[in-house]
Ligand binder design. Structure first.
Ligand code: ZN
Length: 249
């Protein structure tokens, strides 16, 4: 089965539209969303509506989704994230808020697991080191594990010798699971961020996971960043949130 995998949309409708068009053109049969549909960006309600409408969707909540519905303390958020979270609360419709309230912190399927951060701390831990991967292994039921939160496409593999490797796709285009079998051996994937990439590539990130061929491929899609920046300024969100989109940070 071919899945479209995505995370960290962050209320960026132009980036989300590019990703969903790509999924449609790729004829995906299911969708996996690793959380943070809202926060930072200017179109939270529209993005929730587009995500809600997806067929065969497995989705978890992220820390910014929780912030938008008042479920976590935002005192520890940085200034920009806090400002955006408070603005987002007022921009969500009752339907979108109710949808976010129904999301859970993890989803366990028979052939994969989904969280936003890590299984140990779904709302705030970044899976960005082999040590953290190992510390979380016992908390995963079915592999692979799909996660988001760092906004950086990454891949963890167990080699034949039992060693765990962390891979950042060098060409920022493609990661493949073919170099190590998975399903029974632990593998974790992060598709990067749709709406606020932080790997110095401004294009929207997403991935295709083929559960039979055992491949996970990261794709980067150009979208009109200037349109999103204009909306950020129009609604009065911090200028920094517009500028960072142009440099992928
Ligand atoms: Zn995020």
């Amino acid at each position: 089965m071919l899945y479209g995998v995505f995370a960290d949309v962050h209320a960026n409708l132009e980036a989300l539209a590019a990703v969903l068009d790509f999924f449609t053109a790729s004829r995906v049969e299911g969708h996996i969303c690793c959380g943070d549909v809202v926060g930072y960006g200017p179109d939270p309600d529209e993005c929730v509506a587009r995500v809600r409408a997806l067929k065969k969707l497995v989705i978890v909540c992220g820390n910014h989704d929780l912030a938008a519905i008042g479920r976590i303390d935002i005192d520890w958020f940085n200034h920009y994230a806090r400002t955006a979270a408070l603005w987002t609360r007022g921009a969500l419709s009752n339907e979108s808020r109710a949808y976010l309230e129904r999301l859970t912190a993890r989803c366990d399927r028979k052939d994969f697991t989904v969280v936003h951060g890590t299984p140990r701390r779904p709302a705030d831990e970044y899976l960005l080191s082999v040590a953290l991967f190992k510390n979380n292994m016992s908390r995963v039921g079915a592999w692979p594990l799909f996660c988001g939160h760092s906004h950086i496409p990454t891949s963890f593999h167990c080699t034949a010798g039992g060693k765990v490797e962390l891979i950042f796709p060098e060409d920022r285009q493609i990661v493949t699971g073919e170099i190590a079998p998975y399903g029974i051996v632990p593998v974790a994937y992060n598709p990067g961020s749709v709406g606020q990439p932080r790997d110095h590539d401004k294009r929207a990130a997403c991935a295709l996971w083929n559960s039979e061929a055992r491949t996970f491929r990261v794709h980067r899609l150009a979208y009109d960043v200037a349109v999103t920046q204009g909306k950020i300024r129009q609604v009065g969100l911090p200028e920094h949130l517009a500028l960072r989109l142009a440099c992928g940070q």
